[in-house]
Design a protein around this ligand. Structure first.
Ligand SMILES: *[C@@H]1O[C@H](CO)[C@@H](O)[C@H](O)[C@H]1NC(C)=O
Ligand SMILES: *[C@@H]1O[C@H](CO)[C@@H](O)[C@H](O)[C@H]1NC(C)=O
Ligand SMILES: *[C@@H]1O[C@H](CO)[C@@H](O)[C@H](O)[C@H]1NC(C)=O
Ligand SMILES: *[C@@H]1O[C@H](CO)[C@@H](O)[C@H](O)[C@H]1NC(C)=O
Ligand SMILES: *[C@@H]1O[C@H](CO)[C@@H](O)[C@H](O)[C@H]1NC(C)=O
Length: 439
């Protein structure tokens, strides 16, 4: 079964699930950057420079992948949007089953569906945390071929054995993927206030054949995308279509974590909030916005409308899975010229040889201009920590780069220390400058 069928099934299942009683005030969970020392996947042997180099490389791969997805025919059904690679993704801890079994899922705002590795598996992901065994969960239920859910998909694959189970197969661009059973089980989130919150009968993919070409060691993916099948959609009325996150400094050795909010707690309001429409595009998976211009001092760099989308709307993807922000060539070169004209520091080469604009300085000392990202109706002021990465003790590089693509990937460095709120019912995304370490 192709991915979209998996999605179709998830949607269908979602419809028949009894709505969960509303979690009135909402709740929050911890979000862990895999390169933070708090992450279960932290590789102590890697240097800071290797980590940065990895996430920059990953950002480029991801942009290529997104381009592949977007450039498919507009009428095409949604395709998987990620090459999972935990190296620059945020992960969250959650539990599946009864009793709850703890897993670490890659949080991806660019995909739908929830899947993870299950026992038995062959081949398996290199998952260091224990693997979920569905036979140990009293609430785990396979979906059968005879169920209306499975019959609904025309090309639904039915297991070849006597069990007649409904199966899924997700194939990513690099031919890696996951195959397994479509099932339902209870999903439990550990809220930051200490109380677990359970959502019964969540449709999940329990993967028995998993071959992701990844160095990441997470157990699978949690899609936060726009489709009907993401965790956002499946939690449904209990979170009112709202989630938000606050990403604390990346690569921080300090014991700090980022946060993910659901429901009413995800409402971004108060002083300094700006909001811009989320654009409904042909491609449901991702969060598109209109980015109209950048400004740096007196320089204004306008972005052309993207030719990607028929009515020229939605030229920027807000992506938690990319680290650097990638701009169309002409936009990047104008922005770079403007920044160069305003920064009086010695230019040096990127020690990882990936980024174009680097200076010899330290994070504490450097002075760089504020760059404002002008989304439609929302001016977002980017500080130095949103626009530059400290590569090592003496070099910092511009965390923006040119890409061959006609659209913008708005990466997670640019989103650091903003409370970023998604309201999928009102179709807006809001940004509020916030010291995420203090939340
Ligand atoms: C898992 O790790 C082993 C050894 O490092 C490697 O050979 C293998 O390709 C990895 N598998 C996956 C799926 O990444
Ligand atoms: C999502 O659900 C809505 C109805 O709630 C439906 O109109 C829409 O087509 C669905 N989207 C996809 C991609 O299945
Ligand atoms: C980090 O802080 C958490 C509590 O916020 C604590 O449980 C944990 O042990 C700390 N880890 C380290 C490595 O200090
Ligand atoms: C950054 O842009 C330069 C110049 O276009 C290019 O050579 C380099 O590969 C790009 N690096 C990344 C990380 O995209
Ligand atoms: C956020 O607050 C912490 C703790 O007070 C402080 O050390 C840090 O510098 C602040 N970060 C920013 C970006 O203001």
């Amino acid at each position: 079964m192709r991915f979209y069928l998996f999605l179709t099934l998830l949607f269908f299942c979602f419809c028949v699930v009894t709505p969960i009683e509303s979690q009135n005030r909402g709740f929050s969970v911890e979000l862990i950057h895999p390169d933070s020392s708090r992450s279960p996947f932290y590789n102590i042997r890697e240097t800071q420079l290797q980590r940065i180099s990895n996430v920059v490389t990953h950002s480029i791969k991801r942009a290529h992948y997104l381009n592949h997805v977007f450039s498919l025919s507009h009428n095409d059904l949604p395709k998987p949007t990620i090459i999972p690679y935990a190296g620059s993704y945020y992960v969250m801890s959650y539990s599946i089953g009864t009793p709850p079994f703890q897993l670490y899922g890659v949080v991806d705002t660019g995909s739908d569906g929830i899947w993870f590795q299950c026992k038995p598996c062959k081949p398996c992901l290199n998952q260091t945390s224990p693997i979920f065994n569905p036979s140990k969960s009293s609430t785990y239920k396979n979906i059968r071929c005879s169920s209306p859910i499975c019959k609904r998909g025309e090309k639904t694959r039915c297991s070849s054995n006597r069990k007649r189970k409904c199966e899924y197969e997700i194939t990513y661009l690099d031919r890696s993927g996951s195959q397994g059973d479509i099932s339902k089980d209870t999903l439990t989130l550990n809220s930051n206030d200490g109380s677990p919150i359970s959502f019964p009968k969540i449709v999940i993919g329990c993967g028995h054949k998993n071959s992701l070409t990844t160095e990441g060691l997470a157990s699978g993916i949690i899609g936060f995308g726009r489709g009907n099948f993401s965790i956002v959609s499946q939690l449904g009325s209990s979170i009112g279509g709202k989630f938000s996150y606050c990403l604390a400094s990346l690569f921080s050795k300090a014991n700090i974590s980022s946060k993910l909010y659901f429901g009413d707690m995800a409402v971004v309001s108060g002083h300094g909030v700006v909001s811009t429409p989320l654009i409904q595009s042909f491609y449901v998976g991702n969060y598109f916005t209109n980015l109209e211009a950048f400004s740096v001092g007196d320089h204004i760099i306008k972005l052309k409308d993207s030719s990607l989308i028929p009515d020229n709307e939605g030229n920027a993807v807000i992506d938690s899975g990319s680290t650097i922000t990638q701009l169309p060539n002409d936009v990047y070169s104008q922005l770079e010229t403007a920044v160069i004209s305003m920064v009086k520091l010695k230019r040096v080469k990127d020690p990882t040889q990936q980024l174009s604009l680097c200076y010899k300085t330290t994070l504490k000392k450097y002075e760089v201009p504020i760059i404002t990202a002008h989304f439609r109706g929302a001016d977002v002021k980017l500080n130095a920590f949103n626009t530059f990465i400290q590569m090592n003790h003496e070099v910092m590089c511009f965390a923006f780069n040119s890409s061959a693509f006609p659209w913008v990937v708005y990466g997670n460095i640019a989103q650091q220390n903003f409370l970023v709120g998604y309201d999928t019912l009102k179709n807006i995304i809001s940004f509020k400058p916030t010291n995420c370490t203090k939340l």
